[in-house]
Design a protein around this ligand. Structure first.
Ligand SMILES: C[S@@+](CC[C@H](N)C(=O)[O-])C[C@H]1O[C@@H](n2cnc3c(N)ncnc32)[C@H](O)[C@@H]1O
Length: 229
């Protein structure tokens, strides 16, 4: 899939390069366990706590709902917090290894796991109250694919979508700069600018109702709470 990666190592000899495939980093059991474990210690454990605390605050604002779709759920890092305000949570991801680990992490009868591509969500129209999409959409490098994913989220939600955005950190900005030089001035592989992301979200038929920033040096992430316009 055409998505950008936070940990790529461009091949300097190639004249024009696409960044390595984002989804390839989450395919097998070892990668899934690595993703689960990296958020359990040090700086990332603090990030994990912060993200869950902010999602909890957003849940208090949204109130009780019946069904939340966590897409992509990864290993279910934030799904437990969704369960605090949703009766049922559907964990959906394109990686069966990530879902396998998520199932072990969250053995709860209110949770169901579905193998799914965000570009074609296998759920009926208006079948969930909230789509929660974290650390994902802004990595997708193809504008048309992002649009299809956003349209699918709008189709399946009765009301809410929560999206996140993290600007690239220093290391990634340096990598993007280097990649631009290799691409002889084209912007291939750069992360989606926040303004463009906001425009695409509006174009999909969502309106911004609330947003909350989470600061942890050196980057500031943000959760957008959106409603169907
Ligand atoms: C960075 S992880 C984020 C997971 C989770 N939201 C979190 O914050 O921990 C990105 C996830 O996107 C999944 N993914 C990649 N491409 C996808 C697609 N087209 N449809 C659904 N999931 C996808 C990967 O398998 C991976 O689990």
């Amino acid at each position: 899939m055409q998505t950008s990666s936070a940990g790529e190592h461009p091949n300097d000899s190639a004249p024009v390069q696409e960044p390595p495939q984002f989804a390839e980093r989450f395919v097998d059991r070892r990668q899934a366990e690595h993703y689960r474990d990296r958020f359990k210690k040090g700086r990332r454990a603090r990030t994990n706590c912060l993200e869950n605390a902010l999602l909890r605050q957003l849940g208090e604002r949204i109130g009780h709902i019946q069904v939340a779709l966590d897409l992509p759920s990864g290993t279910g890092r934030l799904s437990r917090t969704l369960l605090e305000f949703a009766d049922n949570v559907i964990l959906a991801d394109s990686s069966s290894a990530m879902l396998e680990v998520a199932r072990e992490e969250l053995p709860d009868p209110r949770v169901s796991c579905r193998l799914m591509d965000a570009e074609s969500i296998s759920l009926p129209d208006a079948s969930v109250d909230l789509v929660f999409c974290h650390r994902f959409l802004y990595h997708v490098t193809s504008e048309s694919r992002r649009a299809r994913m956003l349209n699918e989220m709008v189709r399946v939600t009765r009301r809410y979508v929560i999206l996140s955005y993290y600007p690239p950190g220093f290391l990634n900005r340096w990598r993007q700069f280097r990649r631009r030089l290799l691409h002889r001035g084209t912007s291939g592989g750069s992360q989606l600018p926040e303004n463009q992301y906001r425009e695409e979200i509006r174009a999909a038929g969502l309106r911004f109702v609330h947003e909350v920033a989470f600061r942890h040096f050196p980057v500031t992430g943000v959760f957008f709470v959106l409603e169907r316009a």
